[in-house]
Design a protein around this ligand. Structure first.
Ligand code: NAP
Length: 294
C-alpha cells in the first residue's frame, strides 16, 4: 500500500489565501486592520527564524505586524510591562510571546498575563479551560492545524478511534480536546503508557507529538490509518548532513498508512496559517463583528 501524502504546504497556502481574502473584505467593510504583536526574547536561532516567518505571513495577509525583540537579559518585570502595554493597545488584536523564554522568566506567569481575548497562541488557562469545557475558545494553532489536515482525509472525525501520543499543553492535550469536540474516541498516550505499539495499532487516526525522531514505526500503524506527525527533530545522517524528521518513520509509515503527513511540509506550515486565523478571529471579536468566514 502506498499512503496518500497529506500536503500541508499546499493546504496551508490555501488557508492563508482565504485568510488574506477575508482580511481584505473585513478591512474594506469595517476599517479594521487586524494587528499581531510578536515578542521575541533572546537570540534562539530557531525562534528567530520562526518569528521572521510569522511576520512575513502577517504582512502578506494584509494584517499589521508589531515586532518586539528584547535582549536575553530581559527581566520578568520588563516583559510583563510590555505584555500589559500590548493588552491595553487596541491596535494589537493578538499577542504572541515566543517560547522558550530565558530561565529568569517564568513562562507560565507571562502566559497568564496575556489578555485571553488576545491570546492567539491559545495557551492562557482560560482558553484551555474553555476548550476543555466545549465553549468557544482561541485554541492552540498546531493542534487546530492537525484537525484541519485530518479533515482533508476524513470530512467527519466522528466515531474514529484516535490516539494522541504526547500530553503537552501546547500540542497533545489541546489536540485531544479538539478531537473529542469532533466526536472522535480519544486516547492520550505518554511516556508511562504500557505497550504503546499495541495501543497505536488500534488507531484509525494516529497523532504523534513526542519530540523523538522516528519513534513510531511502520508496524505500530493500523493498515489504512491516517497518521499526523507533529514532531520536528533535527538529525545528522550517515552522510553527516543534518535534516529534519518527524516522530514517525515516514519511509515505513508510507507503506502501511492510508494517509500520512510528511516532515517537513505537513503540520509545520499549518501552524502559522492557523495563527493568522486566530488573529483574524480575535480582531473580529474585539471589534464586535461576526466571526470571519475562515
Ligand atoms: P513536549 O512538551 O516535550 O511533550 C512530549 C510528550 O511526548 C510528553 O507528553 C511525553 O510524555 C511524551 N513522550 C516522550 N517520550 C515518550 C515515549 N518514549 N513514549 C511515549 N510518549 C513519550 O513536546 P511538545 O511541545 O508537545 O512537542 C512535541 C513535538 O512536536 C516536538 O518534536 C516539537 O518540536 C514538535 N512541535 C511541532 C510544532 C509544529 O508546528 N509542527 C509545534 C509544536 C511542537 P510525558 O508527559 O510522560 O513526559
Amino acid at each position: 500500500m502506498n499512503a496518500k501524502i497529506i500536503d500541508g504546504k499546499a493546504i496551508a497556502a490555501d488557508l492563508r489565501a482565504a485568510v488574506a481574502a477575508e482580511t481584505k473584505r473585513i478591512t474594506a467593510a469595517n476599517g479594521l486592520q487586524p494587528g499581531l504583536a510578536v515578542v521575541l526574547v533572546g537570540d534562539n536561532p530557531a525562534s528567530k527564524s520562526y518569528v521572521g516567518s510569522k511576520t512575513r505571513a502577517v504582512i502578506e495577509t494584509g494584517m499589521r505586524p508589531f515586532d518586539f525583540h528584547l535582549p536575553d537579559s530581559t527581566s520578568e518585570d520588563a516583559l510583563m510591562a510590555l505584555v500589559r502595554r500590548l493588552n491595553a493597545d487596541a491596535a494589537a488584536h493578538g499577542i504572541l510571546v515566543q517560547m522558550p523564554l530565558p530561565p529568569q522568566i517564568d513562562a507560565s506567569r507571562i502566559i497568564a498575563a496575556v489578555d485571553p481575548a488576545k491570546d492567539v497562541d491559545g495557551f492562557h488557562p482560560l482558553n484551555a479551560g474553555r476548550l476543555a469545557s466545549g465553549l468557544p475558545a482561541l485554541a492552540p494553532c498546531t493542534p487546530v492545524g492537525c484537525i484541519k489536515l485530518a479533515k482533508t482525509v476524513h470530512p467527519s472525525l466522528a466515531g474514529l478511534d484516535a490516539v494522541v501520543i504526547g500530553r503537552s499543553n501546547i500540542v497533545g492535550k489541546p489536540l485531544a480536546q479538539l478531537l473529542l469536540a469532533e466526536n472522535a474516541t480519544v486516547t492520550i498516550a505518554h511516556s508511562r503508557t504500557r505497550d504503546l505499539p499495541a495501543l497505536c495499532r488500534r488507531a484509525d487516526l494516529l497523532c504523534a507529538a513526542i519530540g523523538r525522531a522516528e519513534m513510531v514505526r511502520g508496524d505500530w500503524i493500523k493498515p489504512g490509518a491516517t497518521v499526523i506527525d507533529v514532531g520536528i527533530n533535527r538529525v545528522t545522517g550517515a552522510d553527516q548532513k543534518s535534516r529534519l524528521v518527524g516522530d514517525v518513520c515516514f519511509a515505513e509509515a508510507v507503506k502501511v498508512a492510508g494517509a500520512v503527513t510528511p516532515v517537513p511540509g505537513g503540520v509545520g506550515p499549518m501552524t502559522i496559517a492557523c495563527l493568522l486565523v486566530n488573529t483574524l478571529r480575535a480582531a473580529c471579536t474585539q471589534a464586535g463583528l461576526p466571526p470571519p468566514a475562515v
